[in-house]
Design a binder for this molecule. Structure first.
Ligand SMILES: C[S@@+](CC[C@H](N)C(=O)[O-])C[C@H]1O[C@@H](n2cnc3c(N)ncnc32)[C@H](O)[C@@H]1O
Length: 390
């Protein structure tokens, strides 16, 4: 497949590049990588998630579990049922808040799964930074009977369940590199060698305080030149959820590793990656606004921030073990008869993608965090198998 962007995409990208270059000039010649990534993804009207092009699924740049099969959402409902039972006992309305709902596929399958389980929820709320995706979600979910609301900011005193699939990986990260035994930021500046188009390149940033580095970085003996990411936005987001959630749980899915694997001495160049038309793009400055940018999640720091903010860990495992324990195989058999090959094969292929170690089964992890719930780690469907180390 050709991965040269169209002329229209190229000129849209240059409009954004111009905006980023103005910011760089206003900041004395360089900005943090987190600022660059935030502008590349979320600048209104120009950032990757703000542009009106299709991002998810086969016609887009990448695909996600809810896009692969509604079975993902149906299975997730199994974890939600005991939490809702508990919240209902306390007389609370049954509410979900989904962050970054993409095309609306997860909302649709979760609502269908809840309907199948005879649970009628009071409200399904969606909060997405992308105005374009919010519009697509509204179109897709417009005929549903349930109460669906789109929010612009975090609610206060929320009682219910928060869902986030592949949201943490879309949060801006900073890049750090080890130079002569000290950690420094890698910042972004304008590439002076590009005379025709505006292009960007890395430049040296300030020394970083050791206390800002994740524990696993501080513990490892890493080689000079080692370059990786730190995830202060993701950690801040988790902490902010603890302040808005009065009672309930957060269930979040994403690709990533615990700290000791993330900051492994052999992972010398980190995990930052671009996605464009289903191609992995190594250059983070490839057509800003046209190419998705993402970094894997470092789950140990997420768990530490969650704990400090007041969350209890209710489960952490990989996607395969989560889905199997929550009953995905039984749900698949209820959907299609294995003797009906035409109907059964596509569903079984989708299941294979969600579970296989070579695809999403091992790389993707699931974390469940609770506030004021009578559950312990390993109690809820999905997390009753062997827990993973953090
Ligand atoms: C990789 S897409 C995943 C979409 C969808 N959840 C799925 O699995 O198909 C990331 C989504 O997260 C949203 N997002 C990123 N950071 C966010 C934040 N802090 N609050 C709300 N949405 C956010 C983006 O706008 C985008 O819709």
């Amino acid at each position: 497949m050709d991965i040269t962007p169209s002329l229209e995409e190229t000129s849209q990208s240059q409009l954004l590049a111009h905006k980023i270059s103005q910011e760089i000039k206003a900041q004395a010649g360089k900005i943090s990588f987190a600022k660059y990534m935030e502008m590349a993804l979320y600048t209104p009207g120009l950032g990757y998630y703000s542009l009106g092009k299709t991002k998810l699924g086969t016609a887009g740049d990448f695909t996600t579990a809810p896009e692969i099969s509604p079975l993902f959402g149906y299975t997730l409902v199994e974890t939600l049922i005991p939490i809702f039972n508990e919240l209902e006992k306390g007389g609370a309305p049954l509410q979900i808040l989904e962050f970054g709902a993409g095309s609306g596929a997860l909302a649709e399958s979760v609502l269908d799964g809840l309907h199948q389980a005879s649970i009628s929820i009071d409200t399904y709320n969606i909060l997405d930074l992308s105005a374009d995706l919010s519009k697509r979600q509204q179109e897709r979910l417009s005929n549903r009977k349930e109460n669906i609301h789109w929010l612009n900011q975090l609610p206060t005193d929320f009682v219910g369940i928060i869902l986030a699939n592949e949201v943490l990986d879309a949060m801006p990260i900073d890049i750090v590199t080890l130079k002569n035994g000290a950690w420094h930021y890698r910042d972004v500046t304008i590439d002076p060698s590009s005379t025709k188009d505006i292009r960007f390149m890395f430049c040296d940033g300030e020394k970083i305080k050791t206390s800002l580095l994740p524990e696993s970085v501080q513990k490892q003996s890493l080689p000079d030149g080692y370059t990786t990411e730190i995830h202060q936005n993701a950690q801040g987001w988790i902490a902010s959820l603890a302040t808005c959630l009065k009672r309930g749980a957060l269930l979040t899915f994403d690709y990533g590793f615990p700290g000791h694997e993330y900051y492994h001495p052999q992972r010398t160049q980190g995990t930052l990656m671009g996605h464009y038309r289903h191609h992995a793009i190594q250059d983070p400055f490839f057509y800003p606004g046209i190419c998705d940018l993402t970094a894997h999640v470092e789950w140990s720091s997420i768990a530490n921030s969650a704990h400090t903010a007041g969350f209890n860990l209710l489960g952490y495992t990989n996607q395969a073990s989560y889905l199997l324990d929550a009953g995905i195989s039984q749900l698949m058999l209820a959907l299609a008869d294995p003797n009906d090959t035409l109907k059964f094969m596509p569903i079984s292929n989708a299941l294979q993608k969600l579970l296989s170690e070579a695809e999403m089964g091992e790389l993707f992890k699931v974390m469940c965090l609770g506030i004021d719930l009578p559950f312990s780690e390993g109690d809820l469907p999905g997390f009753r198998g062997r827990p993973r180390a953090l």
